[in-house]
Design a protein around this ligand. Structure first.
Ligand code: SAM
Length: 337
């Protein structure tokens, strides 16, 4: 079938992520009262299989742990934190933070995605009383392609565009409806999140984007930089090739995941662009080695899963990597795994 818009298949992956999140919430794995506002006809959506629900749980709680630790670090340093989520899709993390224990530690939360995704999300946010209430006063801008509130900003852009021409200005110009203030400050702790996003663009383009943040933030002034990346990897083995082929039938390519076949290669990507410490773990390791026994028992009670071998195989092909950029001689202080 001829596809007019080559990016449409990549955008459609947001729907998968949203449906997986909704399913994990409906089955009791995750608590998220906001996700249903972002999925059309949420109450009619069939649940996903247990294996997907468990994967979504491990992914989300793993990233939550790193984000919470980051905000906790800010609390200890007496500085408020900024979070930028690139390719945020219908993520609800901002709302969960804003109604959670670390709201005070958060100064700014920015999300970027394609205009088509952003326009839909901005409309859904405006339609939901629960979501709007958390934002307080909010203004739609750019003909529906942006939304600004005191802390939360939703912006449209193509992450593949030149960061200095496209992103720098988005984050640093003073023409948003934000009282003439740039959205980001280089002197505050800044966490950048790429949850299942970088796989869709070339490694060169991802590195350029990461480098923009490395060059923008000033660790010596308190602007330490953290990065969390969630991605599929190890696509060179037989299971990886099946994953690739499945996505190919939907015209989704994964150029950004192909070069990464080991955990070391994932942390090297971060060190190469200027992070001073980096680590990567698979979802399989998170579940096996870093999840409390009581938590595993609680998960096992939610749904019956007979195939733990298959679960291990799938979880082994997804990784969370994270990097930290401090002043050159500072000791890493983040990431408990
Ligand atoms: N981060 C969200 C999550 O984990 O739920 C969404 C993940 S979804 C699999 C991938 C998202 O990245 C989609 O919303 C897609 O539109 C966005 N994306 C991919 N390539 C992009 C690009 N070049 N520019 C902006 N957004 C992009």
């Amino acid at each position: 079938q001829h596809n007019e818009d080559p990016d449409a298949p990549v955008r459609s992956t947001d729907n998968d992520a949203a449906l997986a999140r909704l399913s994990a919430v409906q089955k009791g794995y995750l608590q998220d009262p906001f996700v249903r506002h972002l999925v059309p006809r949420a109450h009619l959506q069939p649940p996903r299989p247990p294996l997907i629900n468990i994967g979504t749980y491990v992914r989300t709680s793993g990233i939550d742990t790193l984000v919470d630790e980051w905000l906790h670090l800010g609390k200890q340093s007496g500085k408020k934190c900024q979070i930028v989520s690139l390719g945020a899709g219908s993520d609800t993390r901002f709302w969960r933070i804003a109604t959670g224990a670390y709201n005070e530690e958060l100064s700014t939360y920015i999300e970027v995605d394609f205009p088509e995704i952003v326009t839909k999300k901005a409309m859904a946010i405006r339609k939901s009383k629960d979501m709007s209430q958390v934002l307080g006063e909010a203004k739609v801008a750019g003909g529906g392609t942006a939304l600004h509130s005191a802390k939360y900003h939703l912006l449209s852009g193509d992450l593949r565009s030149s960061p200095s021409a496209a992103f720098g200005p988005l984050f640093t110009n003073t023409e948003h409806d934000t009282d003439g203030q740039p959205l980001l400050s280089p002197s505050l702790p800044t966490l950048i999140l790429f949850e299942c996003v970088l796989a869709y663009m070339s490694p060169e383009i991802s590195s350029r984007l990461l480098e923009w943040f490395v060059n923008y933030t000033k660790p010596s002034e308190g602007g330490i930089l953290g990065c969390v990346i969630y991605e599929m990897f190890k696509l060179n083995d037989s299971f990886g090739r099946v994953m690739l082929a499945n996505l190919q039938t939907r015209n989704v390519a994964l150029p950004g995941a192909l070069p990464f076949n080991t955990l070391e290669s994932l942390s090297e990507r971060l060190m190469k662009v200027g992070f001073t410490a980096a680590r990567a773990v698979t979802l399989r390791e998170i579940r096996k080695d870093y999840t409390k026994k009581s938590e595993l028992e609680w998960i096992a009670k939610l749904e019956f899963l007979d195939e733990t071998e298959e679960l291990d195989l799938v979880l082994d092909h997804y990784a969370i990597s994270w990097g930290l950029r401090l002043e050159s001689d500072a000791v890493p202080i983040w990431g408990h795994w």
